[in-house]
Design a protein around this ligand. Structure first.
Ligand SMILES: [Zn+2]
Length: 77
């Protein structure tokens, strides 16, 4: 089970070390992003595929505890 989190670092109690922390965020490309990029590439629209990877809205965000590095949750747009 993951904690509901937003696109920005969130202040919460870490479920692992039980400390009040502000999460460390890491943007990651979703499977949907890869698929869309693949389709765009197949259509010779690879500049669009590159643009897709550079667009923040095509990514989800992983949240980690800065204290114990525990995975807290993922924000999916
Ligand atoms: Zn922690």
């Amino acid at each position: 089970m993951s904690t509901p989190v937003g696109p920005e670092p969130s202040s919460l109690i870490c479920p692992n070390c039980h400390q009040q922390v502000t999460t460390r965020t890491e943007p990651k490309a979703t499977t949907k992003t890869h698929l869309l990029a693949l389709i765009l590439s197949a259509l010779c629209l690879w500049p669009c595929a590159i643009a897709l990877y550079c667009t923040k809205c095509a990514r989800s965000t992983d949240h980690f505890c800065p204290s114990c590095n525990n995975y807290v949750g993922t924000y999916v747009r």
